[in-house]
Ligand binder design. Structure first.
Ligand code: ASP
Ligand code: MG
Length: 409
């Protein structure tokens, strides 16, 4: 007998029928003699619909009230699932984030969990109850309701698993696991048996939407073993753990990609020691997330600076640069939209030099121009033309032999 945390995402609880299906999967674990804590997301596209409604009233709704609004989505699911389990004869109780003792920092819309008073859930488990907790929400010390950022229910599940010292944290979703790349684009994509925390963190940050990056960070810090698996199909999922086994000795574990990327270049910056920090502090204070950064010095001793951003942030970036033109003292700004980021990720790269070189070779031989590059110990990211994105992923997938990963049966 153990303690299991199960998390079910929006699609998995998207209808009454699916909530009943979830109830059955909870009952299976309970009937195996386990204590069970369940974390759920809002039903289907509920959160998006709530955001849309607020935006019909205001282009810039109060962040406090947005949290009040969005947390209702999860509250619908916890109660419906509890009603279903009680109807099926199981002693069950649902808890909001604050009832479950999830304390967060006082930041609306993207709060971090500071502390969990696990005694509240433990008390109920000891009474033999199945405990259902609303994902994605918490409460500040002074009682304001907060949310953990879009996709944050994963983080709730992992944080509860850590606080309760659960034996297992299963993330049930609408895919069967983590794949070498997105199977909707590449038909040879294979499901992975296991992925390390660091690899998953890179993949999640690089646009693989299967897990919330903060949840992976949390799992790594508290060493919580996760399994990403399907809520519909009964098959093995993907384990996320400290040291993932090397599959078939492959150096690359996965390929992530993302379109809607823009390059911004600031030309003719004065060559000063504080120039860079001024620019990036200015952008950061306007919440603009800058990704790959390249700086070069020109013959006339001025600097050119290029960085990539999400295209959605372009107008905001241009506004910030324009209104700080006097401070930053640049000559002009150029932009290039229609770009995509393609990244290879794998722990095996640490001990295998030449992986980046091989990636560039593959892209060059497919006539794909690399416009920007960034690397870490376990990843290489390139920015390319978005029209070539899928082709690049396919070529890299086959060059790094990712279809040699055995098909999951
Ligand atoms: N319902 C929230 C969202 O859609 C949180 C989650 O599903 O994880 O972002
Ligand atoms: Mg999610």
């Amino acid at each position: 007998m153990g303690l299991i945390v199960q998390k079910f995402g929006g699609t998995s609880v998207g209808s009454i029928e699916r909530i009943q299906n979830v109830a059955n999967r909870v009952i299976e674990e309970k009937s195996n003699g386990n204590e069970v804590v369940v974390v759920v997301s809002a039903m289907g596209k509920t959160t998006d619909q709530l955001v849309t409604m607020a935006n019909e009233i205001s282009a810039n709704p109060s962040r406090r009230e947005m949290d009040m609004l969005l947390t209702t989505g999860e509250q619908v699911t916890i109660s419906l699932l509890a009603i279903s389990l009680i109807e099926k004869g199981f002693d069950t109780l649902s808890l909001t984030g604050w009832q479950a003792g999830i304390e967060t920092e006082a930041v609306h819309g993207n709060a971090r969990i500071l502390n969990i008073d696990e005694s509240k859930i433990k008390e109920q488990l000891e009474k033999g109850k199945i405990v259902i907790v609303a994902g994605f929400q918490g409460v500040t010390k002074d009682g304001s309701i907060t949310t953990l950022g879009r996709g944050g229910s994963d983080t709730t599940a992992v944080a509860l698993a850590a606080a309760l010292q659960a034996d297992k944290c299963d993330i049930y979703t609408d895919v069967t696991g983590v794949f070498t790349t997105d199977p909707r684009y590449v038909k040879d994509a294979r499901q992975l048996l296991s992925v390390s925390y660091d690899e998953m963190l890179e993949l999640a940050n690089l646009g693989a939407a299967v897990l919330h990056p903060r949840a992976v960070e949390y799992a790594k810090n508290y060493n919580v073993a996760l399994e990403v698996r399907s809520s519909m199909e009964r098959m093995r999922g993907t384990i996320i753990e400290e040291e993932a086994k090397m599959e078939q000795n492959l150096v690359v574990r996965g390929i992530a990609f993302e379109d809607q990327i823009t390059r911004v270049s600031i030309l003719g910056l004065p060559n000063s020691i504080t120039g860079l920090s001024t620019i990036f502090t200015t952008l950061a204070s306007s919440h603009i997330n800058v990704d790959i950064i390249i700086q070069s010095t020109t013959a006339d001793q001025t600097n050119n600076l290029s960085f990539s951003i999400k295209t959605a942030d372009l107008q905001g970036t241009l506004d910030v640069l324009e209104s700080n033109k006097k401070l930053l003292k640049y000559k002009k700004v150029e932009t290039e939209t229609g770009l995509a980021k393609v990244s290879i990720v794998g722990s095996g790269m640490v001990s295998n030099p030449g992986v980046a070189a091989e990636m560039f070779e593959v892209l060059a031989s497919s006539d794909i121009t690399v416009k920007m590059v960034s690397t870490s110990e376990i990843k290489v990211s390139t920015v390319i033309d978005d029209m070539k994105m899928v082709q690049a992923v396919e070529e890299l997938h086959s060059a790094f032999e990712l279809s040699r990963v055995p098909v999951n049966l």
